[in-house]
Design a protein around this ligand. Structure first.
Ligand code: HEM
Length: 137
């Protein structure tokens, strides 16, 4: 499937499909928060989250399911994500953005996402993470 990226007729493959569907999105999000929870390089990002990450795990899973082109679980439950507004209570600066991306890229590698898909998803998510910034620095 992955070797068809960019080939005629394959342009409709969603990131959701390229990652391998619901179970793989779930595994990716679990790995993402496990990394955030344990890797010193993500310590500042971890510190702005609550001790219990289970709600964050569930919400990011639901969000990414829809954002990648799969079932719109987050929107069905919570309505429009309005992510920038929802992140206003948390300080998001360049360091937080970069730590978020570090965890996500590492999680994609750790869960076996294909390199071409990591690049595609990483670039798209970087735009979202950068848009979330609400503090200088
Ligand atoms: C592409 C980048 C990001 C995406 C897609 C994303 C996604 C999400 C989603 C879907 C939620 C749940 C929102 C809700 O319903 O309340 C959330 C919560 C949160 N996000 Fe992000 N986020 C991103 C970047 C960041 C960054 C850079 C920070 C750094 C401070 C951050 C910190 C938080 C915190 C603290 C919560 C609350 C978690 C909880 O429920 O306990 N996020 N994020």
């Amino acid at each position: 499937m992955l070797d068809k990226i960019g080939e005629p007729g394959s342009s409709k493959a969603t990131l959701f499909e390229l990652i391998g569907g619901t179970d793989n999105i779930r595994a990716l999000v679990e790995r993402f928060y496990d990394i955030m929870d344990s890797d010193p390089r993500a310590a500042e990002l971890r510190a702005v989250h609550t001790a219990d990450l289970s709600s964050a795990r569930e919400k990011l899973f639901m969000f990414l399911s829809g954002w990648t082109g799969g079932p719109q679980l987050y929107i069905e439950r919570y309505g429009h994500p309005r992510l920038r507004m929802r992140h206003m209570p948390f300080p998001v600066d360049e360091a937080a953005r970069d730590q978020w991306m570090y965890c996500m890229i590492k999680a994609m590698h750790d869960t076996g996402v294909d390199e071409a898909v990591i690049e595609k998803m990483g670039a798209a998510l970087w735009g979202v993470a950068d848009f979330m910034r609400n503090r200088e620095g």
